[in-house]
Design a protein around this ligand. Sequence first.
Ligand SMILES: [Fe+2]
Length: 275
Amino acid sequence: MLTKYKYPIIIILFLINILGFWYINLRVYTIDKIEIPHARLAETLKDLTIVHISDMHIRRDGIYSHRIQKSINSLEPDILFVTGDLIKGPEKIDEALEFFSHVKSRFGIFYVPGNYDHTYADLNKVLDLFDGLQRLGVHVLFNRSLRCTVIRDGQTRSFYISGIDDLVTFHDDIDDALSGCTEDLPAILLSHSPKIFKKAVAHDVDVVLSGHTHGGQIYIPYITQRLTRKYFIGSYLKGYHYTQGTHIFINRGLGASLVPVRLFALPQIAVLEFT
Ligand SMILES: [Fe+2]
C-alpha cells in the first residue's frame, strides 16, 4: 500500500519542505544586537535602546506587521530608526500608517524614504504617506538634520540625526542632509541605499544606517554579492563595515520586493549598541 504511494508521498513531503522553508525565510525575523565601535556615540547614547528597522514592504495581511510592532514595543526603544521602503504599493499606505500609530519610541521615530515609497505611489499618495507619518509624530527627514538633545538621569547629551532622501530615485542631496551639523557633535546619517557610503566617507560622516539590499533577498554566496555590487548597491550588501573613519550598518530589512521570496537572508530587527 505504502509502496504504491511512495512517490506521491515523497513529492508532497518535498513540497511541504519547500513551502516551510519559503515561509521561514520570509516570515521569521531575527532580533540582532549590532555593535558599532564609536567612542563618541557610545558616550552620547549610553544606556539608550536604539532600534533600527528597514524595508518592511508592508503586505496585505496585517499579522506579520503586528508581530513586528509587538517585537519593537517589547524592546522599549528610546530611538527608532526606519530606513525606508515601508510600502509595496499605494494600497499599503493605510497599513503603514496604522503600523506607526501603534509603535512606541521614547525619544522619537526617525524615517527616510526609500525608492518604493517614492515610486510605487502617485504623487498625492506619496504625500498621504509622508504627511500621515508626520501627523503621527514621525520625523520624516528629506535631506535635513536634526540636533537631538536627550536628557536622562540629569545628563544632557546632544548629537545629530541626518536623513538623506532616496538616491535610487534621485531625491538625494548629501550637502543639504548634513547642513547644520557641526564637528563638535557626532552624527548618524540615515540613507535608504548604502550606495551613499562613498560620499558619506568623503563628508566625514560618523555612522551611516542603511537598508535597501534585503541582505541580497535571495542570497546565493558569491553570485548575489557580485551581481548586486556591480549593478545595484555599491561595495557592501549587509551588516557592519568600516572605512576611513566612517561606519556603516546595512540592515537586511523585514520584507521582500519584486517577488515574495527570501532565501538565506532572514528578515532582521537590529538593536544598535555603540561601544
Ligand atoms: Fe526594499
